[in-house]
Design a protein around this ligand. Structure first.
Ligand code: ADP
Ligand code: MG
Length: 233
C-alpha cells in the first residue's frame, strides 16, 4: 500500500454492550437479564446502593469477571477471549479510573501517564509527548513533583489522563469522585463528562453520588439485577 493508504483503524460506534447478562455470587443473583448499550460519544451513569454490584459491572466490562450473556467492548465480544487476547483488547480499547486513582505515588504525573503508553507499545518520545499534552489539557500542573504530593483532584485528573493516553473507545470509572471534597469532585466530574465528545469514547460511571450521576447523558439504576431507567426504579 502506498503512503496515502487510509488508516486501517475502523471507526468504532459502540463502546460497550451488555446483552442478557447473568451473574451470581454464591446464592445471590447480582445480574439477571441485564442489558446496556453505550455508544461512543455518550455517557451513562449507574447508581445503586453499596453492594448492589456496581464494581462487579465494571469488572464484567474489563473481562475480569465472566458472566453469562454478551459483553461487547468496542464492537467485539470479550466473553470467550483467552487471557492474552483479552489483555491486548483491553489495553487497546479500555481505560479505567478507580476511586483512589491507583497511581504510582513516587512517580511524577507525566511518568505515570507515559508508563501506560509505554506498556501499550508506544515509543519513549511518543509516550512522554502524549502524556504531557494530555495532562496539560486536563489541567494537571507540569513539574517534577511526585504524584503522591498532589491534591486528590490533581491525582484523579492524572488518573483520567492515564486512562485516556491509549485512546480507548471505552472509559470506565468506578466511584471516581468518591474520595474527593466538593470542589475537587466538581472539577473531576467536569473533566469526565467532557471525555465522550472530546476524546471520542463512551463513558460508564458507576457511583452512589447523585450529583455526579445526574450529569450523565443517561442515568440508570441497578435494581433487581437489571439496569432500570430511574423513573422505573
Ligand atoms: P458495589 O460496587 O455496588 O458496592 P460490588 O460489585 O463490589 O458492589 O459487590 C456486589 C456484591 O458482591 C457484594 O455483596 C459483595 O460483597 C459481593 N462480592 C463482590 N466481589 C466478591 C468476591 N470476589 N467474592 C465474594 N463476594 C463478592
Ligand atoms: Mg463498588
Amino acid at each position: 500500500m502506498g503512503k496515502h493508504a487510509v488508516s486501517n483503524v475502523t471507526r468504532i460506534s459502540m463502546a460497550l454492550e451488555f446483552g442478557s447478562l447473568q451473574y451470581a455470587i454464591g446464592d445471590r443473583t447480582l445480574f439477571e437479564d441485564l442489558d446496556l448499550s453505550l455508544p461512543v460519544g455518550e455517557s451513562v451513569a449507574v447508581m445503586g446502593p453499596s453492594g448492589s454490584g456496581k464494581s462487579t459491572l465494571i469488572s464484567c466490562a474489563l473481562g475480569l469477571v465472566k458472566p453469562q450473556g454478551m459483553v461487547k467492548v468496542a464492537g467485539t465480544d470479550i466473553t470467550r477471549m483467552r487471557s492474552r487476547e483479552l489483555a491486548r483488547h483491553r489495553g487497546a480499547h479500555t481505560g479505567v479510573v478507580f476511586q483512589f486513582g491507583e497511581l504510582l505515588p513516587e512517580l511524577t504525573p507525566v511518568e505515570n501517564v507515559a508508563l501506560a503508553g509505554l506498556l501499550a507499545g508506544a515509543s519513549r518520545s511518543d509516550a512522554y509527548e502524549d502524556a504531557e499534552k494530555l495532562l496539560a489539557e486536563l489541567g494537571v500542573p507540569a513539574g517534577e513533583r511526585s504524584t503522591g504530593t498532589l491534591s486528590g483532584g490533581e491525582r484523579q485528573r492524572t488518573a483520567v489522563a492515564r486512562a485516556l493516553v491509549n485512546k480507548p473507545a471505552l472509559l470506565l470509572a468506578d466511584e471516581p469522585t468518591g474520595a474527593l471534597d466538593d470542589a475537587n469532585r466538581n472539577s473531576v466530574a467536569d473533566i469526565l463528562f467532557q471525555v465522550p465528545s472530546r476524546w471520542e469514547c463512551g463513558l460508564l460511571v458507576v457511583t452512589h453520588d447523585e450529583q455526579v450521576a445526574n450529569r450523565a447523558d443517561h442515568l440508570l439504576h441497578l435494581a433487581d439485577g437489571r439496569l432500570q431507567d430511574r423513573s422505573v426504579a
